[in-house]
Design a protein around this ligand. Structure first.
Ligand SMILES: O=P(O)(O)OC[C@H]1O[C@](O)(CO)[C@@H](O)[C@@H]1O
Length: 554
């Protein structure tokens, strides 16, 4: 249990921060023509240019010293060994086992988990082959054309993100739909589009107790039975993905149609497991395995590369530098490829549900910041939305720019425009534009001096705004596997530095708990309970607007 403030290098870094915070990245590049090639690391089909950060060799040295003092190398080994590092739930954290392509044994409670991991993977592959080949037929002997994944959080975001990112690899007949919101309209919109005879529903829930998912699942099943009529037909059109066999059976899905995973797979780390069934159905077994291979490549890099050349460690520690020293409260994920537009939302849960904590492993309240607010949008759209703030606002907000070197379409000229914007934004964030440069530009336009002096402050860019540039050789299953594993391990690194449990999520429970009572109040099942005046007023407002006067309910 090593609190950040107790680590010797914590203080040294503050001194280093005070000594270097005034440095401009322009100077750092002028002083070292080799900076770009030195601050560059490659893993598989992924390249990271981390040179446009407010760091020097000394910064990196101190950050890696801090990481070692925090016990990062040992904690990495503990995770990979299957130790129960998720201490509040007494669970191992083994999403790496799901893509452990070497098949080396990984023990949990004395049992090698690899045989069951491989068994489920085989079953998923066989099932996907049956559905995609047309061997799996619905209750009217038609092939499946639509897959509806009903799940939320980690049972939705990962498969949705991956199916969106890898659309060019998707089966032409398979239409993928994702329902997570319990608002009724999202499910209705999907049910209006699909036909019961040719639709497969995947009910994805690690606990199989999530209210939104079970509500959507029950409604979907009622809709299906209204058309199919015969309960026996459910088995051909509903499968479940869960760790909870009993709840699946209670719901009425044959557990032979259940694809299991285990409690040592966190929801936000689960797309590699049976939760990834939609990905397997859409992309096929070969591409799914390629995705696992890409992640495994990064796992091997993470556990073996020296911290100084370790991509997840570099991203994690540079992030700590901004969060804990520069006070960076947010971090932006800006993919430039449109198919990656779901990536920010996926990383939001991965990072913020893992490290949005304020208590250390030994129960003390932290005295420093932890997870930043993660947000983002496709970078090209962000340029026309919020990049103004990033360039000339008062916040220093680190941004990850993510792009593919290889173009995604045959439309001439488009890819070069995209990449020119990515590279230009990174350069603009770093170098800015000085008042003299602005002045010279306006003078060259023949503007009068008085007007120039008026405009100079408004047209000046301070620059010195950090960015990471992650380049994928191409967007394919393997590189997407690597990219997601990179962010999983970056998240792990930061959790270790802050000495928090990145793998539980007690913070989501209170809202669920209160919603249960309020639901009963809204439906009139119980009288309005004691609440604060605001909540009580809101409940009464709804009850009054929806009570039945004829029944004397108002
Ligand atoms: O897969 P389940 O058990 O339905 O949980 C869905 C999501 O809800 C959470 O538990 C938080 O509400 C996430 O961690 C999880 O991914």
């Amino acid at each position: 249990m090593k609190h950040l403030e107790d680590l010797p290098t914590w203080r040294e870094l503050w001194k280093h921060f005070d000594a270097t915070k005034g440095q401009h990245m322009r100077e750092l590049f002028e002083q070292d023509p080799q900076r770009a090639e030195r601050y560059w690391v490659e893993v598989g089909g992924m390249k990271l240019d981390y040179s446009k950060n407010r760091i020097t060799d000394e910064t990196l040295e101190l950050l890696m010293k801090l990481a070692r003092e925090a016990g990062l190398p040992e904690r990495m080994k503990q995770m990979f060994r299957g130790e129960k590092i998720n201490t509040t739930e007494n669970r191992a954290v083994l999403h790496v086992a799901l893509r452990n392509r070497t098949n080396a044994p990984i023990m949990v409670d004395g049992e090698d988990v690899m045989p069951k991991v491989n068994h489920v993977l085989r079953r998923m592959g066989e099932f996907a082959h049956e559905v995609r080949s047309g061997d799996w037929l619905g209750y009217t002997n038609q092939v499946i054309t639509d897959v509806v994944n009903i799940g939320i959080g980690g049972s939705d975001l990962g498969p949705l993100m991956m199916c969106t990112a890898l659309k060019p690899f998707g089966h032409p007949r398979m239409n993928m739909h994702f329902v997570s919101n319990v608002d009724g309209s999202q499910l209705r919109d999907v049910l209006e589009k699909v036909h019961p005879e040719t639709t497969l529903f995947i009910i994805a829930s690690k606990t199989f107790t999530t209210q939104e998912t079970l509500t959507n699942a029950l409604t979907a099943r009622e809709w299906f039975l209204k058309h199919a009529g015969d309960k026996a037909a459910v088995a051909k059109h509903f499968v479940a993905v869960s760790t909870n066999k009993k709840a699946v059976a209670d719901f009425g899905i044959d557990t032979a149609n259940m694809f299991e995973f285990w409690d040592w797979v966190g929801g936000r780390y689960s797309l590699w497991s049976a939760i990834g069934l939609p990905i397997m159905l859409y992309l096929g077994e070969e591409n799914f395995i390629e995705m696992l291979n890409g992640a495994h490549l990064v796992d091997q890099h993470f556990i073996n590369a020296p911290l100084e050349q370790n991509m997840p460690v570099l991203l994690g520690m540079i992030g700590v530098w901004y969060i804990n020293y520069y006070g960076g409260g947010s971090h932006i994920i800006a993919p430039y490829d449109q198919h990656l537009h779901r990536l920010p939302k996926f990383i939001q849960q991965l990072d913020m549900e893992s490290n949005g904590k304020q208590v250390t492993l030994d129960g003390k309240t932290v005295e420093h910041e932890t997870a930043p607010i993660i947000w983002g949008e496709t970078g090209i759209n962000g340029q026309h939305a919020f990049f103004q703030l990033l360039h000339q606002g008062t916040h220093i907000t680190p941004i990850d720019l993510i792009a593919s070197l290889e173009k995604r379409s045959n439309l001439p000229g488009h890819h070069e425009i995209l990449l020119a914007n990515v590279f230009a934004q990174a350069e603009a964030f770093m170098r800015g534009k000085t008042p003299d440069e602005v002045r010279a530009e306006l003078q060259a336009q023949g503007m009068d001096e008085a007007r120039i002096e008026e405009l100079v402050p408004h047209k000046t860019f301070s620059g010195n705004r950090p960015s990471n540039l992650i380049l994928l050789n191409k967007i394919n299953p393997r590189n997407m596997g690597s990219l997601i594993a990179l962010y999983e391990h970056k998240t792990f690194v930061q959790g270790v530095i802050w000495d928090i449990n990145s793998f539980d999520q007690w913070g989501v429970e209170l809202g669920k708990q209160l919603a249960k009572t309020i639901l009963a109040e809204l439906t009139g099942e119980i009288e309005v309970q004691p609440h604060d005046s605001s909540t009580a007023h809101l409940i009464k407002l709804y009850r009054n607007a929806n009570c039945d006067k004829d029944k004397g309910e108002c």
